[in-house]
Write a protein that binds this ligand. Sequence first.
Ligand SMILES: Cc1cc2nc3c(=O)[nH]c(=O)nc-3n(C[C@H](O)[C@H](O)[C@H](O)COP(=O)(O)OP(=O)(O)OC[C@H]3O[C@@H](n4cnc5c(N)ncnc54)[C@H](O)[C@@H]3O)c2cc1C
Length: 403
Amino acid sequence: MSNTAFLISPNTKELLSQYKAFLEKHVYPIENEDIYGSFKSYLPKLKELRDLAKREKLFAPHLPKSDGGMGLSLVEFAGISEILGSSPLGHYIFNCQAPDIGNMELMHQFASKALKDKYLGPLQRGEIRSCFAMTEPAHAGSNPKHLSTLAIRDGDDYVINGHKWFTSSADGAAFTIVMAITDPQNPNPYQRASMILVPLDNPGYKLIRNIPIMGDVGEDYMSHGEVKFTDCRVHMSNLIGNEGQGFVLAQERLGPGRIHHCMRWIGICERAMDMMCKRAVSRELDPGKTLAMQQTIQNWIAESAASIKASRLMVMNTAHQIEQYGAKAAKEDISTIKFFVSDVLMTVLDRAIQVHGALGITDDTLLSFWYRHERGARIYDGPDEVHKSVLARSILKSYSKHE
Ligand SMILES: Cc1cc2nc3c(=O)[nH]c(=O)nc-3n(C[C@H](O)[C@H](O)[C@H](O)COP(=O)(O)OP(=O)(O)OC[C@H]3O[C@@H](n4cnc5c(N)ncnc54)[C@H](O)[C@@H]3O)c2cc1C
């Protein structure tokens, strides 16, 4: 049983078992073939599973009740996110995958009714996908103030010009939310950018390529796009929130987003741990002498179990802090879980691969998929080093002579 079970209501416990049973019955048996094969060719099968999830009333668990969801708290959804993380397809099947979940949360709070009707509704129902274009190849993404993409007002339109990359899941998406500079002269650099929704059938938008990740180009949802906006004209009513509010909205988008990612990583750790233990007790070095009898392997298993439990407690506590006091007040905790859990993820995956020997680096198990695609965990949502600086500076504040 999870070491945070005391935080979960009996209703949510029942829900967690339903999600687990769904994954075991319908998703684990197909996931290897799907994620190492052509994602596009699996879309009909994935749609069938999404329809089944809808019939079983498990679809889009993160949505508020007013939008047809379950109205779960962040802590409750965090528990579900861990279970869904145990499969690379989990979040996708239930329509709570990044980057769509972040866009849904953002639009729910800040988009106009017209944008909600046209884009948010279909997104929540899983009829379309979206992406988020902020990072630029020419500038350090770690410093979000440093952007070149411009959205200049021309009559009732914005005209957007810029070059973005790592726009995850752009291939096949219906729209993107782009972060662009709308007020380059503003003396406050945090008030220069805005978020604008761009439909991707716009002639001024181009997907240049899906960027290969350690040899895997990917496609459709499982891809990271390099994209260009060239005199891309959209009506000013496509603005999300107010002009100049881009950074405020980005922070709003990232607070709960880090909880979702961290719990997904813990789900991956649990699955990798399960695979590691199964391999340890079945792989014989000599007849009757298994890997599990070796102390090094036992140390890896014990240390992994302890790190996973510590991670879960920290993330659940952070989710609770966000709910009680808001993302701003929980800033230190959010930074702490980001670098702590991504590091646990890397360590646990690496140990699981090592225990599998050569098998661990083949595509016969999920481990190599995760090792390749989750290495980014230490980079996206703010590189770990930036979060460590945030935490350390905050701790050191009280030691400063000038305080
Ligand atoms: C898998 C994946 C998915 C992504 N999806 C999206 C997406 O959907 N949309 C989007 O807009 N972007 C996305 N990104 C981009 C991501 O947000 C950026 O990669 C991230 O912000 C880092 O920016 P950068 O790559 O330009 O690295 P840089 O800013 O160039 O930093 C390089 C390295 O320098 C170090 N560093 C940086 N700052 C500091 C500091 N202050 N102190 C010490 N060391 C530091 C870190 O080690 C960092 O990794 C994604 C990235 C990945 C890997």
